[in-house]
Design a protein around this ligand. Structure first.
Ligand SMILES: [Zn+2]
Length: 214
């Protein structure tokens, strides 16, 4: 990815209901907007870390930062449980917008972060990035309600995530000739065994890939 943004971690206290814990490898991501114009990532952090609440999300993004408040391996309450399994399996990402928040800067970080998730977990944006409005059509309009004000559709957003993701594939000329030192954990005849090791490495916090060779 061309621009690398920093992900800042400021975790909610574990005593709050909105950080119920858990240990999972997420399967998809849900795009939200805070619905609270002008509230920044920091302000959301403060609010969510001040009292027991019925809702939460993993990440808040504004024009300054990508703020991770619940580890992605843990559960968060960001979609009604009756309508989907998102709380158990999805990463909830909130876009902060409106007020003094510079839309372009916030949106770029938001797009980048979804691409980052897709790269890390090997997801295809078309299947693994959902809008909250798609999961809870009866009650929610986010994040398209925020997008609309800036002339962006959900389809544009998915295309932008895909485009961002594609910038990682081509190797540019300068890098082609660099020497790379790869760290290998193991080689396996059975794909399942490789997948098992991949899981362990992910659990340990690494970002592993499987490379097939003959
Ligand atoms: Zn939402």
């Amino acid at each position: 990815m061309e621009t690398e943004y920093k992900i800042t971690t400021m975790l909610l206290d574990q005593r709050w209901k909105q950080r119920p814990g858990g240990n999972r490898i997420p399967r998809y991501a849900v795009a939200h907007d805070t619905g609270n114009e002008g509230s920044t990532a920091q302000q959301n952090y403060k609010y969510f870390n001040s009292r027991n609440l019925e809702a939460s999300a993993h990440v808040f993004i504004d024009d300054r930062e990508i703020l991770l408040v619940i580890p992605l391996s843990e559960k968060a309450w960001h979609v009604r449980s009756q309508v989907s399994d998102a709380n158990d399996w999805a990463v909830g990402v909130e876009l902060c917008h409106g007020g003094n928040i510079i839309w372009k800067e916030a949106y770029q970080r938001y797009v980048w972060f979804f691409a980052w998730l897709c790269r890390n977990y090997g997801w295809n944006p078309d299947h693994s990035v959902k809008g909250h409005f798609q999961l809870d059509h009866a009650r929610r309009t986010d994040p398209v309600s925020a997008f609309k004000k800036y002339g962006v559709t959900f389809q544009h957003f998915l295309q932008a995530v895909e485009a961002e993701l594609n910038t990682i594939s081509p190797v540019d000329d300068e890098k082609k000739h660099e020497t790379l030192y790869r760290v290998q954990i193991g080689s396996y005849r059975q794909r399942e065994n490789a997948l098992e090791m991949l899981k362990l490495a992910k659990k340990a916090g690494f970002d592993p890939v499987i490379i097939k060779t003959k």
